[in-house]
Design a protein around this ligand. Structure first.
Ligand code: C5P
Length: 234
């Protein structure tokens, strides 16, 4: 895996624009993230050109279904050759174990991670879905379950890094969105942190979208983030 921890989130349905963006920022990022928006518009054939660029690809589709169905989806996605795939930890232990077996049987190097609690949910939302606040306790419980099931890591907010790193050890992957370099717009992200601060707190991967993709000069924005992490462009 490239030592640059930044995965740029290509959140668009326009494949040409996504490709152009990826080409422009490529020297200064460690990977590309394609999500539901892109995948639902273009499917596996839309993903392949990004795999051919030679950077690791995180396919962020957050599977949540019965074990057999999620295993099948994971097998198909892993066969594409992506580097990171994810499921919802709330799908339960049997689902996560089935997903892991499916992924590793097809592509041992693909990392399978779990989403614990969506960062869009806050303490007030939990009782209505049958859960007890605070969110942080649910995150730790689900992240521990994820680790017990043998998965490679979790997606977490920057403010959960320190606790999860302490409780789950140095090898568990912490994939962190909501990263905002100083001076960039927060947008709809509420709990944000700077790239170097998140990396130093123990993040394994920094998922960064709009601070790069919505910048006037995305190549420069990506380069400045890499520099702030002490990484020189490839
Ligand atoms: O533009 P921005 O930097 O906020 O993009 C963050 C990316 O991380 C988006 O693709 C978003 O869907 C994703 N993400 C997130 N929070 C999560 C999981 C994924 O923001 N809990």
């Amino acid at each position: 895996m490239n030592t640059n921890p930044v995965f740029v989130a290509l959140d668009t349905t326009d494949p040409d624009y996504a490709r152009q963006l990826a080409e422009r920022v490529r020297p200064s990022v460690g990977g590309l993230k394609l999500g539901l928006e892109f995948f639902n518009a273009h499917g596996p054939d839309g993903v392949r050109p990004f795999l051919e660029m030679g950077l690791p690809v995180f396919l962020d589709l957050k599977y949540h279904d019965i074990p057999n169905t999620v295993a099948g989806a994971c097998r198909a996605a892993a066969a594409l050759g992506v580097s990171i795939l994810n499921v919802h930890a709330q799908g339960g232990a049997a689902m996560m174990r089935a997903a892991l077996e499916a992924v590793k049987s097809v592509s041992p190097s693909t990392r399978l991670i779990a989403v614990t609690m969506l960062t869009s949910l806050s303490d007030e939302d939990l009782p209505s879905v049958g859960l007890t606040p605070p969110v942080g306790d649910q995150v730790l419980r689900l992240a521990s379950l994820t680790q017990q099931c043998g998965l490679d890591g979790v997606v977490c907010s920057a403010h959960e890094i320190a606790t999860l790193r302490r409780e789950l050890g140095p090898d568990f992957q912490l994939i962190v969105p909501g990263i905002r370099p100083e001076g960039s717009a927060t947008g709809d992200q509420r709990r944000v942190m700077g790239p170097a601060q998140a990396r130093d707190a123990g993040a394994s991967v920094l998922v960064i979208g709009r601070p790069i993709t919505a910048a006037t000069d995305p190549a420069r924005a990506a380069r400045e983030i890499a520099q702030s992490l002490g990484i020189t462009a490839a």
